[in-house]
Design a protein. Structure first.
Lengths: 299, 174
């Protein structure tokens, strides 16, 4: 028997080796059927290996794609940073230009509304600021060469800024209406109350006080204070401020009221210097003797 | 003995890695028949009995990693391929990678025919329509062309593995 097996070993091996798969195929080729114990065992062996292989390739893929992405990331990042810098700069510039445009339009509108005034446009180039971030004095980029003289009124679109205190060839210093040394003859618009507006010189807040003799009419909070033109320095009808409160103080014959300036001195960028007044014969300002260049003058 | 275990383990690993690798490469439809190449290598170097056992193991792994074929299909296909190639190996001289390439392509087509025949006979879930059969037949040549280039590569890898396990550097090529 053993001799027979030894002699026919290849044939027996072939038969067994070919019949076993056929039997398995016959068993597992039927349909429908349930998972057999062979399949379950093989799945238990292969599933963890395949899962690990899948995770490994996933990791390699992630590493590779991450690396490939990183190769160009540095240059791309630098380019994007540069782009961001340029765009941020352009956006800021556009915003500044937009704001400047709004201010200049307001200033132009004001010039159109006051064709009787001959003005020179000027940029605020410096500010004297208090420790409380309040602007005490401003400096303009116009001077005697532009026809600017001491005492000339300085206006913004919102109203009166102050007057030129010192002037040189190309620079003028402006004393604001809230300066303690500033005094402007004013009236309460539409109420026949005339008085003097004096700056408080307060370093913490922009404030001025209205001093007047008597009230022809009852005043109200928020009433507009405008220049009267009586002092022959400031042209009439320029807004100066608003009554802050009706708490008045009597000082001898005079009454005092707190006034909020019409102009926010902290935001001043462009102003108009009134170099002359034409039309109504009120020569409140001496002509600077020079036609305002740069479109500043209004005939 | 060690060399056969190493070869069987090698086949287990390449079959285990093949499917996830192709899936990650989005090339699941273009799977070369790596198990077949291992079987061809075994048929050329192994004694008949040992080789047949190793091939049955490889076939079983291939069935296990195949998600659609019924268990036993690839065992049978690879065992039959082994039997035939083992007989032929005494008359065929592998003179280089090109002959391996040609052998792999021919074996791939033959094993595809065998697979189709066994499926038609034993696999009741196999769609026996003429259209399906036509698709399988049409895929045989591309499958062979896809598998063939891997022949010399797998042969070289198995040669290196054998050098490690037997500490001999004998080439399969004559």
């Amino acid at each position: 028997m053993r001799e027979y097996v030894n002699r026919h070993r290849p044939t027996i091996f072939s038969l067994v080796g070919l019949v076993i798969p056929l039997l398995l195929l016959y068993l597992h080729g039927r349909s429908p059927r349930q998972t057999t114990v062979f399949e379950a065992a093989l799945m238990n062996v292969t599933a963890p290996v395949q899962s690990a292989a899948s995770r490994m390739f996933g990791g390699v893929e992630g590493l590779w794609s991450g690396y490939i992405a990183l190769v160009d990331l540095r240059a791309e990042n630098q380019q994007l940073e540069e782009d961001a810098r340029v765009l941020t700069s352009q956006a800021l510039r556009a915003k500044e230009l937009g704001l400047e445009n709004v201010r200049l339009r307001a200033l132009l509108e004001f010039k159109r509304s006051r064709r009787d005034l001959r003005t020179v446009a000027a940029h605020v180039i410096a500010e004297d600021v208090s420790p409380f971030a309040r602007v005490l004095r401003i400096q303009l980029d116009v001077g005697t060469a532009d026809g600017i003289r001491e005492g000339m009124p300085v206006l913004a679109a919102e109203g009166l800024v102050g007057r030129v205190r010192q002037v040189s060839g190309g620079v003028a210093q402006v004393m604001l209406t809230v300066d303690a040394r500033s005094s402007v003859n004013v009236q309460v618009a539409g109420k026949g109350v005339t008085g003097n507006l004096q700056g408080t010189g307060d370093e913490e807040a922009y404030a001025a006080q209205l001093t007047y003799l008597h009230k022809a009419e009852e005043l109200a909070e928020g009433d507009t204070i405008v220049t009267s033109g009586h002092d022959r320095v400031f042209p009439p009808g320029i807004e100066v401020g608003y009554i802050r409160s009706l708490e008045e103080r009597q000082r001898g014959l005079y009454y005092e009221l707190q006034v909020v300036p019409a102009v926010n001195f902290s935001d001043l960028e462009e102003v108009l210097v009134v170099v002359g007044v034409v039309g109504d014969g009120t020569e409140a300002v001496k002509d600077g003797g020079r036609e305002a260049a740069e479109g500043g003058a209004t005939p | 003995m060690m060399r056969w275990i190493a070869i069987v383990l090698f086949s287990f690993l390449i079959l285990a890695f093949e499917s996830p690798l192709l899936a990650k490469a989005k090339a699941g439809a273009y799977a070369p028949d790596l198990g077949l190449i291992v079987v061809l290598y075994i048929a050329f170097i192994a004694p008949y009995e040992v080789g047949l056992v190793a091939v049955l193991c490889v076939g079983m792994f291939k069935d296990a990693f195949s998600m659609t074929a019924p268990l036993g299909l690839h065992m049978e296909v690879l065992a039959l391929t082994f039997v035939v190639v083992h007989r032929l190996s005494q008359r065929i001289d592998l003179r280089g990678p090109v002959s391996v390439l040609a052998l792999t392509a021919a074996a791939s087509i033959a094993s595809s025919f065998l697979e189709l025949g066994l499926c038609l006979i034993f696999d009741q879930s196999f769609n026996t329509s003429a259209r399906t059969t036509g698709v399988v037949l049409a895929a045989m040549l591309p499958q062979a062309l896809l598998t063939a280039p891997f022949g010399p590569v797998i042969f070289w890898l198995l040669g290196q593995l054998e050098s490690l396990t037997t500490r001999k550097s004998e080439s399969i090529y004559t």
